[in-house]
Ligand binder design. Structure first.
Ligand SMILES: [Zn+2]
Length: 200
């Protein structure tokens, strides 16, 4: 019984086309595999790319470094005008820190940055801001505001209710007694985590 197969292969005229067919289908399968191979390869790379992209914009854990920014807060429209850029009034209220290097960093109007939009006393004067900037976003999220008095002494700035003795971070009726809060400054050094040679 054993020699039946080779004998068939050699002699049987019907078996040979079958072998050819078999080889052909194997070849086609291999081509199919090699065709699908690139897309199988592309897929993970695409996936990792989109993961990387979403990672950039993801609301990740707040491990963004707190940095020191110094300069003056100005209206973006004016700052652009000085650079020869005409911007229409959609930008009217937008403020930015103009750093000592002349870079414009737009300020996010959040719980701390909002004061720069409300209060002209905070604009066009030297400030030091402790804040963060998310990767791939130009915006500055302010955490601490320092201004300088006439003698050049650094002052931590917030708003204060004299009645309730509570600090606030924007101009508004006191959270507690609804009285007007006031602009408060206190001489204070920079926090140690940003104490470093200022950007120059
Ligand atoms: Zn109060």
């Amino acid at each position: 019984m054993t020699p039946a197969f080779p004998r068939l292969l050699k002699s049987n005229g019907l078996f040979r086309p079958l072998v050819v067919l078999l080889l052909l289908s194997v070849a086609l399968t291999l081509i199919g595999i090699s065709r699908s191979a690139p897309s199988a390869y592309e897929e993970p790379s695409k996936t990792s790319e989109s993961t990387a992209t979403s990672k950039h914009v993801a609301k990740d854990k707040d491990d963004t470094a707190k940095e020191l920014f110094s300069g003056k807060v100005v209206f973006v429209q004016d700052a652009l005008k000085r650079r020869g850029v005409k911007a229409y009034d959609e930008f009217k209220s937008q403020v930015a820190l103009e750093t000592d290097d002349g870079e414009l960093i737009p300020i996010v109007p959040d719980w701390r940055g909002r004061a720069f939009y409300q209060d002209e006393r905070l604009r066009d004067r030297r400030v030091e801001l402790v804040g963060t900037r998310k990767k791939a976003a130009p915006y500055l999220q302010v955490l601490m505001i320092f201004v300088f008095d006439d003698a050049g002494t650094r002052q931590y700035m917030d708003y204060w209710c004299d009645i309730c003795s509570i600090p606030m971070y924007e101009i508004k009726p006191c959270d507690c007694c609804q009285a007007e809060n006031r602009f408060r400054t206190q001489p204070q050094e920079l926090p140690s985590f940003v104490k470093k040679p200022t950007q120059k």
